[in-house]
Design a protein around this ligand. Structure first.
Ligand code: GCB
Length: 618
């Protein structure tokens, strides 16, 4: 065995058990949250990769993980070993291997990887010049789908589960000036107990799908800041600031918002935290019509952080949704994180501009980012463009409700997206789930998530895309009878009358009996159409059929008095392995109002006109 795995012992020896425990540590994502606005060294670009379906670089031939057996074998790919002479046996070589771009999914970069689900090892070599010897450095990933095991210079930094949330590791001790090698084992295999689980209606893009960077901060740094309109004390901006470092107690923290003439000081407590609350007289509220963002400066004696934050309130009053105390109607659309024109996952500021630009063209003031947290460019740009946002975690369809690890995974994803986006004025709703089947374990699971979200952030609303059903014995009368409807602030549900449920004219026969005293959002409706396929309005997959569904659905909505908005499914056609119909779907869900080639379908213009009228009448 020793020979076959060409073992070389570690330079230092840590007991195997301890090494294993350390190796299983998850990313300490709560240490750093402001990667987006801090100066950084990008590690985006060209990386080497090795496709490893049998995980040969991770397990020895007895199927023991090299992490666990505690031996830094040359055969373990994370050691990036090189033969020391011509007789040395090393059966991989990153530097001679093919290259791939980061960020980006592997499926659309390499034809051979289009359907691949498994392990791929990524390697990047780099140098790093620290600005000050006492500074600390963090390695940040915007997202890796689905599991990332991260090693720097042969040392395991940790692992991270979940394909759509950011994470970082402190690398201050491991980082060198020259000759660093960063190796990431990326595994996008689907798992029953995963979040999401095995079954989804979107492509399981694998890879390092978002930005990677090194962020350098002072020894004691501002690790978190929150500043929002106070929901309890009106006329106040409130929140907290958290420092990280050995000297974080008793530190002076200054918050400066020049345009509001706010320049206030606080002192941190023993945990390095201070709550902040300042009265404001006159404020320019953020709204879609006026997406005003204030420059905010936070300083300590070591650290400086600049953010731009919009201030607004969002609440419900009976069946009304109030933005800055004024009733608002959400003219929305659902979006997947995909750039159909280029192919693959969306990840850049330009991708966000394209997607949100299309939503604006449609007349939207709101988007539902389905079905998982999208990259940070999206929410930052939504702040600037004045587009309200629904953010969601991938608790989709049939999650394992009774599995404690599944819950842990889901709640971690929820906490991480809240931590990332809690200063974004655009984000108004946290969604706990999509179309999940009713049961008491599921109720408990979702209620616990909702409680967590409320505890972390009481300045936004909670929702979930629920399902509707018929009132017993009468398929023409529809209602929402889901116990989770009592937990949410906004009652949202998906419905496909006219597509999965009858033909479009069925909409005219339906009446709605919605008894909850809450604003109603229709989180999805729609129909498939292949762009350019024209037929009569009862021919499935024609643009005319889709347009007919939109016309009838919009008429039906006028019978829901509590309706506070909707987000049809979906802005653009998106890839899904479930959609196999030849010449029509060819691997795409065709419910987009815009085709995979960027062309607008008929229904696009119907919705655009409806939203135009809504803007005039409200
Ligand atoms: C839904 C799901 C969405 C699907 C869509 C469809 O209800 O929430 O993820 O893609 O229907 O096209 O069937």
């Amino acid at each position: 065995m020793e020979k076959r795995d060409s073992l070389k012992l570690m330079r230092f020896s840590i007991p195997a058990f301890l090494l294993f425990v350390l190796s299983q540590l998850s990313a300490q994502s709560n240490q750093l949250t402001n990667e987006y606005i801090r100066p950084s060294q990008s590690l985006n670009g060209t990386w080497n990769y090795i496709v490893d379906p049998y995980e040969t670089g991770y397990y020895n031939y007895r199927y023991q993980p090299y992490d666990e057996v505690g031996k830094k074998a040359d055969a373990a790919f994370f050691n990036n070993a090189k033969p020391s002479g011509k007789s040395d046996l090393i059966e991989y070589n990153f530097d001679e291997s093919d290259t791939i771009q980061v960020p980006g999914d592997w499926n659309t970069q390499k034809e051979k990887l289009f359907y691949y689900e498994g392990t791929i090892w990524y390697k990047k070599s780099f140098d790093y010049q620290r600005k000050s010897a006492t500074n600390r450095v963090f390695l940040h990933f915007g997202a890796v789908n689905y599991q990332a095991d991260v090693y720097l210079n042969g040392t395991k930094l940790g692992k991270h589960l979940g394909g759509f949330t950011p994470f970082s590791f402190e690398v201050s001790e491991v980082l060198k000036k020259t000759g660093n090698y960063l190796v990431v084992k990326v595994d996008n295999k689907r798992h029953k107990e995963g979040v999401p689980t095995l079954n989804t209606d979107w492509w399981n893009y694998g890879g390092i799908t978002r930005d990677v960077k090194l962020v350098e901060v002072p020894a004691d740094f501002i690790s978190e800041h929150v500043l929002q309109m106070d929901t309890e004390k009106s006329g106040f901006l409130s929140g907290y600031i958290q420092l990280n470092g050995s000297q974080n107690a008793n530190q002076e923290v200054k918050v400066n918002i020049p345009e509001l003439k706010i320049q206030t000081k606080w002192v941190t407590d023993a945990q390095g935290r201070t709550n902040i609350s300042v009265p404001i007289k006159k404020i320019n509220f953020w709204s879609p019509e006026n997406p005003y963002l204030y420059p905010v400066l936070i300083t300590t004696n070591q650290d400086t952080l600049r953010d731009t934050i919009g201030f607004r309130t969002i609440k419900t009053q009976g069946t009304k949704l109030l933005l800055n105390n004024k009733e608002v109607f959400l003219r929305g659309i659902c979006i997947h994180e995909e750039n159909a024109l280029r192919g693959g996952r969306a990840y850049s500021g330009d991708d966000a501009k394209m997607l949100l630009g299309w939503a604006k063209e449609l007349g939207c003031n709101y988007v539902r980012l389905a079905h998982y947290p999208h990259n940070e460019h999206m929410v930052r740009l939504a702040d600037e463009m004045g587009i309200m946002v629904w953010e969601e975690i991938p608790v989709y369809w049939t999650i394992q409700w009774e599995n404690a690890e599944t819950y842990q995974n889901a709640v971690t994803q929820l906490k991480d997206v809240i931590r990332r986006d809690k200063n974004r004025a655009s984000v108004i709703i946290w969604s706990m789930a999509n179309e999940t089947p009713n049961s008491s374990p599921r109720f408990e699971f979702l209620s616990n998530l909702a409680k967590t979200a409320k505890n972390l952030d009481n300045t936004r609303l909670i929702s979930a895309a629920l399902e509707q059903g018929s009132v017993e014995g009468n398929p023409s009368v529809r209602t929402i009878s889901d116990p989770f409807a009592d937990v949410v602030d906004v009652l949202s549900f998906n419905q496909y009358i006219g597509w999965y449920d009858g033909l479009p004219d069925k909409c005219s026969q339906i009446t709605w009996e919605i008894t909850q005293n809450k604003p109603v959002l229709i989180s999805e409706f729609g129909a498939d159409a292949r762009f350019g396929f024209h037929a009569d309005s009862l021919t499935r997959f024609s643009e005319e059929y889709q347009a007919y569904v939109y016309t009838e659905t919009l008429k039906m909505f006028s019978k829901i008095p509590q309706l506070s908005g909707f987000s049809p499914w979906i802005l653009v056609d998106f890839r899904s392995p479930r959609r196999v119909l030849p010449n029509i779907q060819d691997g795409w869900n065709r419910k987009g109002l815009i085709s995979s080639g960027g062309e607008r379908k008929q229904a696009f213009y119907i919705l655009q006109e409806y939203y135009r009228q809504k803007t005039i009448v409200k």
